[in-house]
Design a protein around this ligand. Structure first.
Ligand code: PLP
Length: 365
């Protein structure tokens, strides 16, 4: 490369790599399962498949850039005006658009860590400064420390609830107290990618905060509970000026006709889809109980995944790699975070059974 080659923005040098969940390694005689990306194990519902297929027949046309049918269906479902919605190719894209709309170089974005690995990437791409606040020892957001990290340069705070990859949710009471401490000029992004899986008292009503405040943005996705990860569609619910700013930064025609149609068809079939969510939650409860009997102490799991805390052993050996290798041998692909732990998606019951066997063997070593 010559020295006069075009140079990208300096910020790009600091972008951490997104490590995607890998597909399982094929092993003769072993059924393999992908438990590394928090995907929904159920295949598409017939009606959703039909709507998507029909939409595919007009692939020679651009999609509806205004996402009119999707916004109408969401507005109806959520009880918010369509002006308060902004869709994108997954809620990660919506976050990129939001940060692009609001962050100048040097602005700070506060989030918990370990949390969703897309955050540091999105913040860095936007030119803003990452302020990562460690989780508490029970793998929850340290909302006090996060509030204390807000200063004059802070543009946004991201709260991931339930937290990917550790699992705990923020309660409504905790969120209310937190918001009281955040100046209204600071965006508060509540990332609710897994909200459909939450089963706890004092459950957060993020949309209520969004209605009552001028700075709260709620992000949701069709990728997890609705099982449309491959179609790339998510959205924000936000006060009208913020939603308009997000839409202004969105790529034109990003959300495909197929994705829009599948999302609308999914909203029409929530009853059926949420039965599947209930089944996944029941499996999660079963797994956590079994893991506790094995002697594990998983953090409160409120998403469609379970966190295995695995710091290095006394000899400094990385146990996350050992755990992932043991799972792999048994046909399971999990998501290791070196030196910290492994995240395992709640899959079909047969996959979860194998995981429990792997976990039991790992404990008895
Ligand atoms: C999966 C996930 C999302 C959504 O991702 P998209 O597929 O882009 O909609 C957002 N936030 C978190 C924390 C996630 O785990």
């Amino acid at each position: 490369m010559t020295s006069d080659a075009p140079s990208p923005r300096a910020a790009l040098a600091g972008i951490p790599a997104y490590v995607p969940g890998k597909p399982p390694v094929a092993r003769p005689g072993v059924t393999t399962y992908k438990l590394s990306s928090n995907e929904n194990p159920y295949p598409p519902l017939d009606g959703v498949m039909e709507a998507a297929t029909k939409a595919a027949s007009v692939m020679n046309r651009y999609p509806d850039m205004g996402c009119a049918a999707l916004y109408a269906a969401l507005a109806d479902k959520l009880g918010v005006p369509a002006d308060n919605l902004a869709a994108g190719t997954g809620s990660v894209a919506v976050l990129y658009h939001l940060l692009q709309a609001y962050c100048d170089p040097g602005d700070e974005v506060v989030y918990a860590w370990r949390s969703f690995e897309a955050y540091p990437i999105a913040v860095t791409v936007s030119g803003a400064v990452n302020v990562a606040v460690p989780l508490t020892t029970d793998a929850r957001h340290d909302l006090d420390a996060m509030a204390a990290a807000v200063n004059d340069r802070t543009k946004a705070v991201i709260v991931c609830t339930p937290n990917n990859p550790t699992g705990p949710s923020v309660t409504h009471t905790e969120m209310a107290a937190f918001l009281e401490r955040i100046p209204s000029r600071v965006l508060v992004v509540i990332d609710e990618a897994y909200q459909e899986f939450v089963r706890q008292d004092d459950r957060i009503d993020a949309l209520a905060f969004c209605r009552a405040r001028s700075n709260v943005v709620v992000m949701r996705t069709f990728a997890k509970a609705y099982g449309l990860a491959g179609l790339r569609v998510g959205y924000a619910v936000a006060p009208e000026p913020i939603a308009a700013s997000i839409r202004a930064c969105a790529l034109p025609f990003g959300v495909s006709t197929v994705a829009q149609a599948a999302a609308v068809a999914s909203l029409e079939r929530e009853a059926e889809l949420f039965e599947r969510v209930d089944a996944i939650v029941a499996e999660r409860v079963r797994m956590v109980a079994a893991l506790k009997r094995q002697g594990w102490d998983p953090p409160d799991a409120q998403g469609n995944f379970v966190w295995f805390e695995l710091s290095a052993d006394r000899a400094g050996r990385d146990r996350t790699a050992d755990f992932a290798a043991a799972a792999d041998l048994a046909g399971l692909m999990v998501r290791p975070f070196a030196g910290e732990g492994c995240r395992v998606t709640v899959g079909e019951p047969a996959a979860n059974d194998v995981l429990l066997e792997v976990a039991a063997r790992f404990r008895t070593g």
